[in-house]
Design a protein around this ligand. Sequence first.
Ligand SMILES: NC(=O)c1ccc[n+]([C@@H]2O[C@H](COP(=O)([O-])OP(=O)(O)OC[C@H]3O[C@@H](n4cnc5c(N)ncnc54)[C@H](OP(=O)(O)O)[C@@H]3O)[C@@H](O)[C@H]2O)c1
Length: 246
Amino acid sequence: MVVGFVGSGSMAAAMARGWVGELDGMLFTDSGSGRAAELAREVGGEAVESNAALAEAADLIVLAVKPAILDEVAAELGSAKTVISLLGATPLERVAAALPDAEVVRVMPNVAVEVRRGVLCLAGAESTEARGALEVLGHVVELPDSEFDAATAVVGCAPAYLALAVEAIADAGAAAGLDPGLARELVVETTAGTAELLRLRHPAEVRKAVASPGGSTEAGLEALDREGVRGAFGVAVRASLERMRG
Ligand SMILES: NC(=O)c1ccc[n+]([C@@H]2O[C@H](COP(=O)([O-])OP(=O)(O)OC[C@H]3O[C@@H](n4cnc5c(N)ncnc54)[C@H](OP(=O)(O)O)[C@@H]3O)[C@@H](O)[C@H]2O)c1
């Protein structure tokens, strides 16, 4: 299967890197920045002259542009058969109306698709080929279109929130005397191991297992509560949702 990316930005790059070695080819366009050619070089694909030529040559199109230019781009994709839309805050119906002759699948991925450990929320057409390709990139969850905004605020945005937490803990470790590079390595590996554990155990159970009464972790958790960290994550998710809904 040949996949054509309309747009060669951050999310297109993450998906293309995750698909290296899995497809018959990858094609890319951009709006003139040169990112399509750069990405094509990196992943062993090809930059294409126009969106129309991309739609002619690809079996599956990934719409990876900003939502505001949907109509402009859709007008150039007349011959597309199956289209995966990554457009944030853009209902399936809206994309399907812009591309009336194509089967449209709505997908909300996160950047961890680059290492094939992404989460990909999916709604829309039952394209077995598209689903098979997406499953290579991580954990696929079918979701009603109406729940996509809420899922985006968690799935799409959370890698940035978790990265911030890792950075802050590592910085604190460095301030406590660890070499900064080592502090980051320790926190990253701790995060990876904790994520594995959290697949088996409830978060409250993990917290309880670490924080013995009167111990140092308990003191740390009490400090996080005093600083309002839990509430701050709630505020962050709501802020993302508000921005998304304009
Ligand atoms: N980033 C994420 O984590 C994430 C997560 C989930 C969903 N998404 C969704 O994915 C989509 C892309 O986001 P992004 O973060 O990858 O954006 P981005 O980095 O800004 O990339 C957008 C790409 O679209 C290209 N473009 C603009 N006009 C075009 C046109 N007429 N024809 C072809 N390409 C065109 C741009 O070209 P130039 O390179 O020439 O500027 C750029 O390569 C958005 O709808 C977003 O909601 C993103």
